[in-house]
Design a protein around this ligand. Structure first.
Ligand code: NAP
Length: 703
């Protein structure tokens, strides 16, 4: 059965659509190593500008059990890859997609967006892959699992303690996406799942699925990911959820009604399968009470941008704009003046500044929502009001154009619809507020949103506004003249920042750097002895077995070194001359080191050695001076000065090989090498710890 576009009304239209169905392509699902093309129950997708049929989508007869099995049997090999292997594969896949980006811009034309709009989806999506790849390579060790703690002591003598580890879930991540970002929406979800070591099944919205399909097909062709790590269902998911188990995860972006229905699926409930939801969000922008002329313009510019970018089809777009009552008319006038310059039409025509909605269905949906909003507010610009809005198209009636529309609600505290209904298009409602308490109440009436912007004068304190609205949002964007030039804007979710919101926004959390990767991993507290903990995390734990050798560890190559290899150095007595010389050499004449009287009255009761002298003297004790496999010392982590070192104290160093990470050779000229982390403990003559830290060295490989 072909499901016809609901905008068709005449018999001729229907005949046209049947004819179109016979000639347009059907998108296949890319599952269990095949391209599966359904023959029945197809849904047609139409060009947002010309109204012509573009492709049809359906998945009737697809074997959902086989999809899940294929992910778990083949795709799960990604869990055995290390974080760096996964990150390198994603980087290569991102590069492969970037080289083909023009193909995606071409396909995006059917969705009605401008090239600038498509950039967010295409290059924003590919950029997210690059950003996640580099974050993981920078922040995580080259292991398959993530160790969160160095050691949590649980015993008096140090023989029993714990660490938390995060391991890839032994399942599959099912990602169901909305129509508005067919590429970014998928890539921002698969990047964290694949980096966590979990294979994915992607189900794009029917509208826009052609773009998702093209990108998944290219990723498959690139060959950088294991077979089965990424599958695509174009069409319906049918009974897919019934085949999931407690190691699986579902994420959803779309309307609250669909999300709530899916979240209540009895199988997900019965097996406690995590369901992350991102749904309708009635996001706010706030102009502060002391706004000057420049700030008002910044506010208007931001509201304008959010209305017109992607024709307002962004989950983060501003829907409610709160303005001090005295400034309402001014803001309304300036916003309308800017909107009057917008030309809606076919983005391939010169002079067009705003494209269409994604489909005629969306156009009807937005119109119906505006109708509901208008029960609370007056339409002051756009919608059916203004016939003079420029629409540049030979057949505007076939296209999904919707004019920028401004409503004003003068009594927002008595309104209902404007706080709960999201018209997913170029629509905003302006409303006045009298004071901070009223403002906070009105913002909270949205019952949870993805983002709010506060637009303020640079010297205005907005701490109390942030405190009141932060609990209702996943992100708060503060805009002022100081940051305006470089601000990434109200509507841009960023890989390193949390994207999601409480309540109406779905209660989910995506992105946020490594937080998103951890979402697909199971956190487990592992308890045991230091030796057991060393085995589990591949990282030497204080108290675990050590190995001593006559050969200095700095004379050993990366491959010869063993985790736990220990050097106990000679001793050194710290003298007054050491302190004076170090003070003169470094220029650090702090009283605790150099002023006998002040030091006597200080916490220490007498002069003490500089902490940095102890670190330097420790290096003097453990370093092997001759040329060898250690290429460089490139950093120090976790430095703590535990006890003061006084004149006459004797220090000694324990240097232990803590962790080894082989590095990828970037160019053939470079010597193969790895990173060795050394645990350093400096102790005094009583055996008390005076300083502890890790040093990081690059060490040549070789037998
Ligand atoms: P939708 O109708 O809820 O669809 C979202 C996704 O769910 C689509 O992939 C859809 O597939 C799929 N889906 C629908 N029914 C399903 C079912 N029974 N089982 C499995 N999957 C199912 O939302 P939409 O049309 O994409 O967007 C509509 C509204 O969502 C917008 O108007 C906006 O309010 C909201 N939205 C919110 C955000 C956000 O992040 N906050 C983002 C985008 C959209 P099909 O397309 O094949 O039906």
């Amino acid at each position: 059965m072909l499901e016809l576009d609901d905008s068709s009304s005449t018999a001729n239209d229907q005949a046209d659509q049947y004819a179109a169905a016979a000639s347009v392509k059907t998108l296949s699902s890319l599952v269990y190593g095949q391209a599966y093309t359904a023959q029945q129950d197809l849904r047609m997708v139409y060009h947002a500008i010309s109204g012509a049929a573009v492709y049809q989508v359906g998945s009737q007869g697809i074997n959902t059990q086989a999809i899940v099995d294929y992910a778990k049997q083949k795709g799960s090999v990604i869990a055995s890859w290390t974080f760096h292997q996964r990150a390198n594969a994603l980087k290569q896949a991102a590069q492969y997609l970037l080289e083909r980006k023009e193909e995606y811009y071409e396909l995006a034309k059917a969705t009605g967006c401008t090239r600038k709009d498509a950039w967010i989806d295409i290059e924003g999506g590919i950029g997210t892959l690059f950003a996640y790849s580099s974050l993981v390579r920078r922040e995580l060790s080259d292991e398959t699992a993530l160790v969160e703690d160095a050691w949590i002591p649980l015993s008096q003598h140090g023989t029993f303690g714990a660490k938390h580890i995060l391991s890839p879930k032994a399942g599959v991540a099912v990602h169901i996406n909305a129509f508005n970002f067919p590429i970014w929406g998928m890539l921002e979800k698969i990047a964290p799942s694949l980096l966590a070591g979990v294979p994915c099944i992607v189900k794009p919205a029917t509208e826009g699925a052609e773009l998702t399909h093209a990108v998944v097909k290219a990723i498959h062709e690139s060959g950088f990911l294991p077979e089965g790590a990424l599958q695509l269902i174009c069409g319906q998911t049918y009974d897919l959820f019934n085949h999931l188990n407690p190691q699986d995860t579902v994420t959803f972006t779309g309307s609250a009604s669909t999300g709530q229905k899916l979240r209540a699926h009895p199988h997900l409930n019965a097996y406690s399968i995590p369901f992350t939801m991102e749904a309708d969000s009635v996001n706010s922008a706030i102009l502060t009470e002391q706004a000057n002329d420049e700030t008002i313009n910044l506010f208007v510019r931001e509201v304008f941008r959010e209305m017109t970018t992607k024709s307002g089809q962004k989950c983060t777009a501003i829907r409610r704009a709160f303005v001090p009552a005295a400034l309402l008319d001014c803001v309304q006038t300036r916003l309308i003046q800017k909107l009057e310059k917008v030309t809606v039409g076919d983005p391939s025509d010169d002079g067009v500044t705003m494209g269409a909605l994604a489909s005629v269905k969306q156009k009807h949906d937005v119109a119906a929502k505006v109708e509901q909003l208008s029960q609370d507010a007056e339409i002051v610009y756009g919608s059916h009001l203004r016939q003079d809005i420029k629409i540049q198209s030979p057949h505007p009636e076939k296209a999904a154009f919707y004019p920028p529309t401004v409503l004003v609600c003068r009594q927002p505290s008595q309104a209902e619809n404007i706080h709960r209904i999201e018209a997913f298009g170029p629509v905003v409602t302006l409303m006045p507020y009298e004071n901070l308490t009223e403002l906070a109440d009105l913002v909270a009436r949205g019952e949870g949103s993805l983002v709010a912007s506060i637009v303020r004068d640079s010297d205005e304190n907005i701490e109390s506004v942030v405190a009141k609205i932060a609990p209702w949002h996943g992100r708060v964007h503060i805009l002022d003249a100081e940051s305006a030039k470089e601000s990434t804007g109200h509507g841009s979710p960023l890989p390193y920042l949390v994207h999601g919101g409480p309540g109406r926004a779905g209660g989910g959390e995506e992105l946020g750097g490594l937080r998103a990767v951890k979402h697909y991993m199971q956190r487990t507290a592992i308890q045991g002895s230091p030796n057991a903990m060393t085995q589990v995390g591949h990282s030497w734990t204080a108290g675990a077995q050590v190995f001593e050798d006559r050969v200095h560890p700095f004379k050993k190559s990366f491959d010869e070194l063993r985790v736990g290899e220990r050097l106990l150095t000679a001793r050194r007595t710290v003298t007054e001359a050491d302190i004076v010389n170090f003070g003169c050499l470094s220029g650090d004449h702090f009283y605790a080191h150099m002023d006998k009287i002040a030091a006597a009255e200080s916490l220490f009761g007498e002069r003490v050695a500089h902490g940095y002298f102890i670190v330097s003297a420790a290096a003097g004790l453990f370093v092997d001076a001759a040329a060898g496999p250690v290429i460089a010392n490139y950093g120090m982590d976790n430095l703590r000065f535990v006890e003061p070192v006084k004149i006459g104290d004797t220090i000694q160093v324990e240097l232990t090989c803590k962790q080894k990470t082989p590095k990828q050779q970037r160019d053939p000229e470079q010597k193969p090498h790895g990173v060795v982390v050394w645990d350093i403990k400096v102790k005094n003559q009583r055996g008390d710890l005076v300083a502890t830290y890790d040093i990081l060295t690059l060490v040549e490989r070789g037998a």
